[in-house]
Design a protein around this ligand. Structure first.
Ligand code: A2P
Length: 315
């Protein structure tokens, strides 16, 4: 399986464990199971509300000694209420403390949207800071300081459109190394992928399985189910694989990282084993045809035009 290569020589195994929606009470065991099953890549975020428990898993596994901290790639993300430059390092230190780590492999700006420091989940426009009040380039400059201090080996962003990346790059000195966005056969984002590849920005795909466990409030009516798509099912049975493995392998084989979430031991193993699959040209052609630009995570929940956030994905 192709790894993602970084300028300093670091390599990232593309299939990681996602932890968004992994419940406290379940996530510790899921992370321990994943690391013991051979996962080398765990994706976290402060807002998922489970970093303390994931930290217990890391502590337990790394203190046993069979699996070493330096052999695992750990990502986390800066929440939207810590964009002001003076809040960036404290937020990251809280994450490091919760995860019981002294460095991250990758730290991402979670969304191109800023909230007031005391707001975790905004309820009204007044809970937001405008892009003028919290310029994203200043947040980014604070992120670059974390890298200089060795607190994170790599830094990047999440949910950034090409337009937002171009704007950030034009105002700052360091190009993000990663952009984590929603990616799967129904939302292939070929233009963004091409732009990022040309700039040396890797992509990580979230919601690769369609995130069926989102809360009802985050779902739209009649959402498509990727597991049931004819092409996915046919390719799965042709290779004696599961539909989930086809979706995961599609991402990894394409050269992006991918972070399927599971807290179920069997599915955690199944998802990593997707690395063994070899999709052929015909499979890829059939999967390419599924692109309908369908987003499971619309981003609409953060669109507040009066605060300067009117089109999260610029489309
Ligand atoms: P579970 O945690 O019970 O395994 P996404 O990664 O797109 O956010 O999707 C996560 C959802 O997909 C969860 O509901 C998760 O359930 C489910 N899931 C994870 N792996 C598989 C799999 N191999 N087959 C079917 N469903 C899966």
């Amino acid at each position: 399986m192709k790894t993602l290569k970084f300028k300093n020589g670091d390599e990232l195994f593309p299939i990681g464990l996602g932890t968004w929606k992994s419940k406290p009470g379940e996530v510790k065991e899921a992370v321990i199971n994943a690391l013991e099953a051979g996962y080398k890549h765990i994706d976290c975020a402060a807002i998922y509300g489970n970093e303390k428990e994931i930290g217990e898993a890391f502590n337990e596994v790394f203190s046993k000694g069979d699996i070493k901290r330096e052999d695992v790639w750990i990502t986390s993300k800066l929440w939207n209420n810590a964009h002001l430059p003076q809040d960036v390092e404290p937020a990251m230190k809280q994450t490091l403390n919760d995860l019981q780590l002294d460095y991250l492999d990758l730290y991402l700006v979670h969304w191109p949207v800023a909230f007031k420091p005391d707001v975790k989940n905004p309820e009204k426009p007044a809970d937001y800071l405008t892009p003028q009040e919290a310029p994203i380039n200043e947040t980014w400059n604070a992120m670059t300081e974390l890298k200089k201090k060795g607190l994170s080996k790599h830094i990047g962003v999440s949910n950034f459109s090409k337009q937002k990346l171009e704007d950030l790059i034009s105002k700052t000195d360091e190009i993000p190394e990663m952009n984590q966005v929603e990616l799967h056969p129904l939302l292939q984002q070929n233009d963004l992928f091409e732009y990022c590849s040309n700039k040396g920005i890797h992509l990580t795909g979230y919601s690769p399985l369609g995130s069926g466990d989102r809360s009802d409030g985050m779902k739209q009516e009649n959402e498509p189910n990727m597991f049931e798509k004819d092409a996915v099912q046919k390719i799965a049975s042709k290779h004696n694989a599961s539909p989930a493995q086809v979706l995961i392998n599609w991402s990894a084989q394409r050269g992006t990282a991918v972070i399927p979430k599971s807290t179920n031991l069997g599915r955690i193993k199944e998802n990593l084993e997707a690395a063994r699959l070899q999709l052929d040209k015909e499979d890829l052609k059939n999967l390419a045809q599924l692109d309908e630009h369908y987003r499971y995570v619309t981003g609409k929940f953060f669109e507040v035009p009066e605060k300067g956030y009117d089109n999260i994905y610029d489309e």
